[in-house]
Design a protein around this ligand. Structure first.
Ligand SMILES: [Fe+2]
Ligand SMILES: [Fe+2]
Length: 497
């Protein structure tokens, strides 16, 4: 759910080799788990007979081939859809640990309780929360094919009707669970969804277990198995999710709720030491949340990114306008030194976020939210001392430019909030003019060339910001608008890089 699709960098030979190697290793682990399933089904004594038996030996070969084919399909899917996901070893590890864990739990439940009691939605739910919706839908199908093959080739005693019934039930409930849990941010509601998906599982389990003369007790057992499946899927998911969040530093809605709590370490520090920056971040968070919703990005992530985007100001809060009360320490500094203090807040913020073991996407946004924009105020101030002989690149943020849509949203919401807050006239017309000027500035300065945001999405964000910002602010701060001549100068210097 939180994997941010960045603009793909060209792959080197090393990337291909490493990613294929990791898939091959996990395919071997899965073959091992299939062997463990055989051991579980036929027992220690029958294991050697099963593996070396003239007929059952072929089953083992089929199982191994199926595992490698399914792993190849998963690889191709990620390679085509989320190539950058494959460049991090930890992402591949997360994907396969989820599959392996879900596989073992399902096999054990099927062997020791009932085939319909398997938590078949577990894999899809974990992938939904740890990766994203589309991948969860895809992985659910592959995972259920894996279970089907394990039932067919690993010495299970289930009838073909039950195996087929469980395959259909598994796919259907996985898809339903992913649909229902997507965008649910409260843990209690997720438990509720587990209860809801138990009904169709029970119904399907009953249909596939039905035989003439079935007794009431048997019907109740099948229904109990269906409810075990639904509830166990969400219970195990909620139990292991914090482990994935902590061990692999992955963001989920639940973790976001924790880190945007005003009592969390860095936010309470911001409230105490830089209250002006905190207020600014609050307004940006509301704007970013609305913009993210408008273009189909994750609003909870946008909100968290806004809360943390200016954390770097904690290093020297008094040097930032929103935390000053009459006294401006920049009056005693050279423009160059002032510029360096202002410029460093992006890097300081990124390092602080990493130091507190917060999600890397927040550190990226903190570092990218000013892109390579010029620090116009101190550039203008410095020009007065240098008779115009000054390179604007030396008075610009060092970047990088936004690499995700969330970072682009924060850049625009941040810039527009500051600019509108600085206006005396906050009529709708004025707000529209200011927002248009800010968006045009960022576009002219080529700030969105490293992320996959479209012009249509930028337009939607612009309209959303105009609607949200109209008539909100009451302060009077002069905002230095960039002169067109300087914009052009900066623009050409960027292009000549
Ligand atoms: Fe900033
Ligand atoms: Fe800001």
């Amino acid at each position: 759910m939180f994997f941010q699709n960045k603009k793909c960098k060209p792959w080197k030979k090393k990337d291909y080799v490493l990613s294929v190697l990791q898939f091959a290793i996990h395919a071997i682990v899965l073959v091992g788990l299939f062997a463990l399933t055989v051991l579980m089904n036929v027992g220690g004594n029958g294991f050697i007979d099963y593996v070396t038996g003239s007929e059952t030996f072929l089953n083992c070969i089929y199982a191994a081939v199926v595992v490698f084919v399914l792993c190849a399909i998963i690889y191709l899917y990620y390679f085509c859809e989320f190539r950058d996901y494959l460049t991090r070893a930890k992402n591949i590890a997360v994907l396969f640990i989820v599959i392996e864990l879900s596989f073992m739990v399902c096999m054990a439940m099927g062997r020791f309780y009932s085939i319909f009691a398997r938590p078949a939605a577990l894999c899809a739910l974990l992938i939904l929360l740890l990766v994203n919706y589309r991948t969860a839908v895809f992985t659910n199908v592959i995972f259920n094919i894996m279970l089907l093959c394990a039932d067919l080739f690993c010495g299970s005693n289930f009838s073909s009707t039950l195996i087929l019934g469980q395959f259909i039930t598994g796919i259907a409930t996985g898809q339903l669970a992913v649909y229902l849990v997507n965008n649910v941010s409260s843990r209690i509601k997720v438990f509720g969804m587990g209860f809801i998906i138990s009904f169709p599982i029970s119904l399907l389990a009953f249909i596939f277990s039905y035989k003439p003369g079935i007794k009431l007790m048997q019907v109740l057992e099948v229904i109990a198995a269906g409810f075990t499946s639904g509830i166990l899927s969400v219970v195990i998911m909620m139990a292991v999710l914090p482990l994935f969040e902590y061990v692999f530093n992955i963001l989920t809605n639940y973790r976001l709720a924790e880190i945007t709590d005003h009592k969390s370490k860095l936010i309470s520090k911001l409230i105490q030491e830089a209250p002006g920056t905190f207020q600014h971040s609050l307004v940006v968070s509301t704007l970013a949340e609305t913009c993210a919703t408008a273009i189909g990005e994750n609003p909870v992530l946008a909100r968290a990114a806004a809360y943390y985007h200016d954390m770097g100001k904690l290093k020297q809060p008094k040097y930032f306008t929103e935390n000053q009360h009459g006294y401006n320490p920049h009056d005693e500094l050279s423009p160059e030194l002032s510029m360096q203090i202002i410029r460093s807040h992006t890097i300081d913020g990124s390092e602080l976020i990493k130091k507190y073991h917060l999600p890397l996407i927040l550190a990226d946004v903190a570092r990218e939210h000013h892109g390579t924009l010029p620090i116009q105020y101190f550039y203008n101030k410095a020009l007065k001392f240098t008779e115009g002989d000054l390179n604007i690149k030396d008075y610009s943020y060092i970047g990088p430019k936004p690499s995700t849509k969330i970072a682009a949203i924060i850049m625009l919401a941040d810039g527009c909030e500051a600019a509108v807050r600085a206006q005396n006239d906050r009529s709708r017309e004025r707000v529209e003019k200011v927002v248009t000027a800010i968006v045009d500035d960022r576009l002219k300065l080529d700030q969105f060339s490293d992320c996959e945001i479209t012009m249509r999405e930028i337009d939607i964000i612009k309209n959303t910001l105009e609607d949200s910002l109209s008539g909100v602010y009451h302060e009077r701060i002069n905002y230095p608008k960039m002169k067109d001549k300087r914009i052009n100068e900066f623009d050409s210097s960027q292009k000549s890089k």
